[in-house]
Design a protein around this ligand. Structure first.
Ligand code: 3UK
Length: 541
């Protein structure tokens, strides 16, 4: 057995069997890391050791922390965990808070102590938290005092969760009071490159959420692939955005990547369109991370962003419709940087920077990764043919004790569950989730293509397209549309939208059925829940 700093070996014992693991690639020189590495050292402590402790690191309403401030808080929390709460390396620590500076300090404390961070979405309820706690055998929790209720009721069902401390809590039993009695010095646990430090649960659009395991190496790999090659941030950048730190999109974009280049980040608890536009001005943000639907919602308010401090905008989480890319460019003058990532792979592996963006395509493979569009037999498909997206790189899927490992990883490839085509010049185009392809009268129709066509109509605010069962055609295309204010959900509007689609894409793809709704079901990470749309409308047309 190779070296590990973990005394509690649960994560190591729960890794998928070697034959079910993906192949890992480390060809880029920057991916050759030392055998022992604690990611908190290069990301946080190095900045202070090299004399940048006084630089701005994290901002939030009423908060301005330097790198030294964050380091001292993380060290105090690590001392509380180890000195007061009996934490040993390898233990799992649940983290629960909206995006705020104390959550970031807790995350680094867990890294420093050689433990495993299990960050959870703020909206999770007791039942879902209990699943995570049981599955990950969580022994400790650090939780924002405002989110205590659901955690308390989950903890009542979970005997393994022994130690909870609440932060952003001014009482004498709060984490801050405990921190005050501990040192600002902490010697990071000398973890192995391959010690697990992160258990990220998938947003679970179907079935029970799966826990994905990431090593210290994976955290560092995510910082040296997409950010320097595509985003290219600099030390003076100010990062901002909406994805929760419990979502690896947010963890990377709003914490790891800014720190990896000595830049600063703004952590906001509220990420509504108005909040974001105002916050760009308040903090002079230069890089924004959010989901496609959020760009669409901000666009009407985005005029002040043109010519502002903002210079780069990243879209991920779901497919970016060409219509939304155009809308954002019109509103702000900024070309979006699209990128597909996955919890299983930690962060983005196909993307294009603003100079190389092509409407309707996600981009090209990120340096460090290889990708392939496979046919049903696991052989590469010719250019232009729709197939299953498979990727390999320095990060990859390791589910915590889950039989679904065998369906995500085959022959060493990670299958993301997306239907893609590869163009002759290396651009990957998203079609749909593989399970969501609509088959109508023998034609394959990708819902997102129909959505993109509908989104170009001025009456459409948002829409979701699904296939519903039909006796004659097998399935028919059905659109659920949220209208912009001032439009009426009438038969005339249905006809107008149908004609509009027929004129912009092949007529057989038009939505034979259109339903109006006031909102669409979405996950906390901004993804449309097509399965819920299907449940709502299955068989009706
Ligand atoms: C879909 C996209 C088209 C796709 C994520 C950036 O979304 C993230 O992780 P999840 O595990 O979901 C993964 C799935 O989401 N998707 C994400 N981005 C795009 N589809 N174009 C895109 N740009 O189905 C993928 O398989 O929630 C995204 C960074 C880290 C992440 N975890």
């Amino acid at each position: 057995m190779s070296y590990s700093a973990h005394i509690d070996t649960f994560t190591r014992d729960s890794l998928p069997p070697p034959e079910q693991q993906p192949e890992f690639l480390f060809e880029l020189p920057e991916l050759r890391f030392p055998e022992r590495l604690n990611c908190a050292t290069p990301l946080l402590d190095r900045q202070v050791a090299e004399g940048r402790g006084g630089r701005l690191c994290i901002q939030a309403p009423g908060v301005r922390w330097t790198y030294a401030d964050l380091q001292q808080r993380a060290n105090r929390i690590a001392n509380v965990l180890v000195g007061e709460l009996g934490l040993v390396p390898g233990n799992r620590v649940l983290l629960r808070a909206p995006n705020n500076p104390m959550l970031a300090a807790c995350w680094f404390a867990v890294m420093k102590a050689g433990a495993v961070a299990v960050a959870t979405m703020p909206l999770l309820r007791a039942k879902e938290l209990a699943h995570v706690i049981t599955k990950a055998r969580v022994s400790h929790a650090l939780c924002d005092a405002r989110l205590a209720d659901e955690l308390k009721s989950a903890a009542a069902q979970c005997p393994e969760l022994q130690h909870i401390r609440y932060f952003n809590d001014a009482t004498t039993t709060g984490l801050e009071a405990a921190m005050a009695t501990h040192s600002t010095e902490f010697c990071n646990v000398d973890t192995a490159l391959t010690d697990t430090c992160l258990l990220a649960f998938t947003s679970g659009t179907t079935g029970q959420p799966k826990g994905t395991m990431h090593f210290h190496r994976d955290v560092m790999a995510s910082c040296v692939c997409w950010p320097p090659h595509v985003l290219r941030p600099v030390a003076d950048d100010v990062f901002m955005g909406t994805p929760p730190l419990a979502f690896t999109f947010g963890l990377g974009g709003l914490l790891l990547f800014p720190l990896s280049v000595g830049a600063s980040t703004v952590l906001l608890e509220q990420g509504g369109p108005r909040d974001l536009v105002d916050a760009v001005a308040t903090y002079q943000a230069t890089i924004l991370f959010t989901a496609p639907t959020s760009y669409r919602a901000i666009a009407p308010l985005a005029a002040p962003l043109r010519g502002s401090s903002l210079r780069k905008c990243v879209s991920a989480g779901e497919a970016l419709p060409a219509a939304t890319r155009a809308l954002w460019k019109e509103a702000t003058g900024i070309e979006l940087i699209d990128g597909i990532g996955a919890t299983e792979l930690m962060h983005i592996f196909i993307s294009a920077d603003e100079a190389h963006a092509r409407p309707g395509a996600t981009g090209t493979v990120v340096p460090g990764y290889v990708a392939c569009v496979m046919d049903d037999d696991g052989r590469p498909s010719p250019p232009g043919r729709v197939g299953k997206l498979a990727v390999k790189g320095p990060t990859g899927c390791r589910y915590l004790a889950d039989e679904r490992q065998a369906s995500y990883v085959k022959d060493g490839w990670n299958y993301t569950g997306d239907a893609y085509t590869l163009d002759a010049d290396g651009y990957y185009r998203y079609h749909s989730r593989t399970d969501d392809m609509i088959i109508s009268a023998g034609y394959n129709i990708a819902g997102p293509e129909v959505e993109d066509a509908l989104l170009r109509h001025p009456r459409v605010a948002e829409c979701g397209v699904i296939g519903v069962a039909d006796d004659e055609r097998g399935q028919i295309v059905k659109a659920v549309v949220v209208l912009r204010p001032g439009s009426e959900p009438t038969a005339e509007t249905v006809k107008e939208l149908q004609d509009f689609v027929k004129q912009s894409i092949a007529p057989y793809k038009y939505p034979r059925s259109i339903e109006f709704a006031s909102a669409l079901p979405r996950t906390e990470t901004g993804k449309l829940q097509r399965f819920r749309l299907r449940q709502m409308f299955q068989g009706e047309h």
